[in-house]
Design a protein around this ligand. Structure first.
Ligand code: PLP
Length: 475
């Protein structure tokens, strides 16, 4: 492809994306394909000769697009969102066009300095304490792994890096913690069995007294507590672990505190949601994902640390070929994360924050929370639906229950209701399990979701319920 052809196709594709934004609701939100459908339409071999863009583009439309699940669909209520926005797409495009690899300051001073500045904007927007230093990681999973590695080194006086892991190390998180903690335990060499999962209260939040007991018991057994992971917005129900109490315990026992606010952290940009981060003065590291609920397309995860020296000491490498004359004056982000090479992700974040402004972002987040509140009110008004967890931001956990079925039957019926809901192809919800109860999750966070889609969701849920109950009674 020469430049002229790139220009033509670029115009065409931007037009296509703009049309996609306009009419994404015309696609089935969840892809209809069966396993293997896409693969069997693709060539088993790479092409020997370059192909015409016209043909590649046609195949994109005919083969790839049917296999796409439309995360930007306004009927997206599944998992957590991974939303984008026009400004973020343009920022991403520029970043791809520049093709910058920002491993050290010199390889693109703007990439490093913009990242520093934009992350500090985020820190201010969320009301995180002054003195935290930010860096972009690809995902919250990576950020948490980086935190576990730093906690490991801090706990072992930086010996594990040199000599291998001290097997007595323990990590603590609630029973509702995200699976990335478990994965991080495996990768960082702690071993999965050394993750101590602490019981939760009726709101699915970690019980501080149980945490303290676990710390004491482990110390008595000669174990070494290395890290506590508190979650602000658990994946199943957006439960909020009590940060002030947990932080106080961590301080008393000298344990590293990592806070995982992957989804719900964004809500802290609202003044009325500032209490989510109460106790932030205790944290050693913190992560939240602009790629979930801040209109910045995947991937972009904001990671903050109190003492960057500890992070750098954990991850620094300094081969001759990477040394530069400016190393003592600048941040070289290669030492703030796992990978050496780094994309210019700050650009899209900068575009998004400038395009919306803080007020624009607040307005959208507030709207999502209000829509979730409306939906939760509707659930509560139904005589045969119930809420299964408190609504803390914009995720509603609920199920059908007319109080005349066993838990096992309820799980089956609710599973069938969810399947029926998703057969509508107009909305997409997913599920979780709360204390063994099959739970339907409806999360509002897609950029274009409005009251209209929430109303539509209510109608579809009602209809799905009726159809499932008719078939149950017919059995
Ligand atoms: N932490 C929590 C609380 C999450 O809900 C999720 C994903 O939903 C993650 C971590 C992992 O996020 P990522 O996909 O950025 O690794």
């Amino acid at each position: 492809m020469n430049n002229e052809s790139f220009r033509d196709w670029g115009h065409k594709m931007i037009d296509w994306i703009a049309d996609y934004f306009d009419k994404v609701e015309n696609y089935p939100v969840k892809s209809r394909v069966e396993p293997g459908d896409i693969k069997k339409s693709l060539s088993d071999y790479p092409p020997e000769q370059g192909e015409e863009m016209e043909k590649i583009w046609q195949d994109f439309q005919d083969i790839i697009l049917p296999g796409v699940t439309h995360w930007q669909h306004p009927g997206w209520f599944a998992y957590f969102p991974a939303n984008n926005s026009p400004a973020s797409v343009l920022g991403e495009l520029l970043s791809a066009g520049l093709g910058v690899q920002g491993m050290v300051w010199e390889t693109s001073p703007a990439a490093e300095e913009l990242e520093e500045v934009v992350l500090d904007w985020l820190r201010q927007m969320l009301g995180l304490p002054q003195g935290l230093h930010g860096v972009i990681q690809d995902t919250a999973s990576t950020a948490t792994l980086v935190s576990l590695l730093t906690a490991r080194e801090v706990a072992t006086d930086f010996k594990s890096n040199e000599e291998g892991i001290n097997e007595k190390l323990k990590v603590y998180a609630s029973q509702e913690t995200h699976s990335s903690i478990e994965k991080g335990m495996k990768i960082a060499g702690y071993g999965r069995k050394n993750l101590h999962q602490i019981p939760t209260d009726d709101n699915y939040a970690l019980k501080p007294e149980a945490l303290e007991k676990a710390l004491k018991d482990d110390l008595n057994e000669g174990k070494q507590p290395a890290c506590v992971v508190a979650t602000i917005g658990t994946t199943s129900s957006t439960a909020i672990d009590p940060l002030p109490e947990i932080g106080e315990i961590c301080r008393r026992y000298g344990v590293w505190l990592h806070v995982d606010a992957a989804f719900a952290g964004t809500a802290a940009i609202l003044e009325e949601k500032q209490d989510l981060l109460e106790g932030a003065e205790y944290l050693d590291s913190f992560v939240f994902n602009p790629h979930k609920w801040m209109f910045t397309n995947f991937d972009c995860s904001a990671y903050f640390v109190k003492e960057p020296e500890l992070l750098i000491k954990t991850l620094a490498i300094n081969p001759e070929y990477l040394k530069t004359a400016r190393d003592d004056q600048v941040n070289n982000y290669r030492d703030w994360g796992i990978q050496l090479g780094r994309r210019f992700r700050a650009l899209k974040l900068w575009f998004v924050i400038r395009d919306y402004g803080v007020e624009g972002l607040q307005k959208l987040i507030k709207k999502h929370i209000e829509l979730a509140e409306d939906f939760a009110d509707w659930i509560q008004r139904q005589k045969d639906f119930e809420l299964l967890a408190p609504l803390t931001t914009s995720l509603v956990c609920f199920r059908w229950n007319n109080n005349s079925h066993s838990e096992e039957e309820l799980n089956k019926i609710n599973r069938e209701i969810l399947e029926k809901i998703n057969e509508s192809e107009k909305i997409y919800l997913t599920h979780t399990s709360l204390r063994g109860k099959y739970t339907l999750r409806l999360v509002v966070g897609q950029r274009t979701t409005s009251a209209e889609e929430v109303k539509l969701a209510q109608n579809i849920i009602e209809q799905a319920k009726n159809e499932v109950l008719d078939s149950v009674q017919g059995d």
